[in-house]
Design a protein around this ligand. Sequence first.
Ligand SMILES: [Zn+2]
Length: 296
Amino acid sequence: MTWRSFLLTLYYHASRPARAWCYRCMAAQRRLPAIVLVYHRVADDGATPWTMPSALFVRQMRWLQRHFDLVSLEETQRRIREGSGPRPSVSITFDDGYADNCRTAIPWLVRERVPCTYFVTAQNALTGDAFPHDQDVGCHLPTNTLDQLREMADLGIEIGAHSYTHANLGEIADPESLWREVVAAKRTMEDVLEREVRYFAYPYGGYVHLNREAFRLAEQVGYLGVCSCYGGLNFPGDDPFHLQRIAVGNDMIHLKNWTTMDPRKLGTPRFLYRTGEGGVGHRGDENPTPQPLAND
Ligand SMILES: [Zn+2]
């Protein structure tokens, strides 16, 4: 155990009574959080910081099964609209579309009937090219083939759109490029998979990578919801169209802290895209690579 993990474990145990009290208050008001987690790649070669070993993935899932209702994004949105049940919920999502997820993670989720939304970048699914963030670090990891995605969809995995080219939408002002990333990504994947693509996840997903116009476009063309990834939770009464997600740390202690009323997550400011102001705009403090797996 590293010093960091040791200190986080101490923090977890020391703050448990306060968090248990917070949990009881929120449960009484049916305001328990609807948590959405993000994974990228589950494999045992540890090729990148956004790769999680398969044994750890299964361990995290087992722990989540014991403490949460594991639900779809649609059920997450219902709970945000109508109030939580007696337990908080967690929804599992994956970003990018790594072929290696078909070895352990996806078969495990299917076997255990854990709902999952799998966000895929259209261009990489079509061409088989490595993702730009992998190419940048000289790592050419295989992406999911269309046949794999069709098979996953047949098994009940919801396929979502993760833009067309994995661009930073926060930097796009040109309407045509934005249309391609949000709308063409949806329509292209619908054509090749012959299924509706109902959810969109921003590449990178930090505050600086979000775009108010992209939110509006997504709503206009019929997405049911849009996911960011700067670490927030969702609560009943929030806007159900914008689902805040947490990128999962590559250990157990981050997961345990973040999903159990951690004050550091409870106060995360929402990106308010409907109003022209307020909320959080471009703070410039997010990591422009895929979400790091072990930040605090
Ligand atoms: Zn991504």
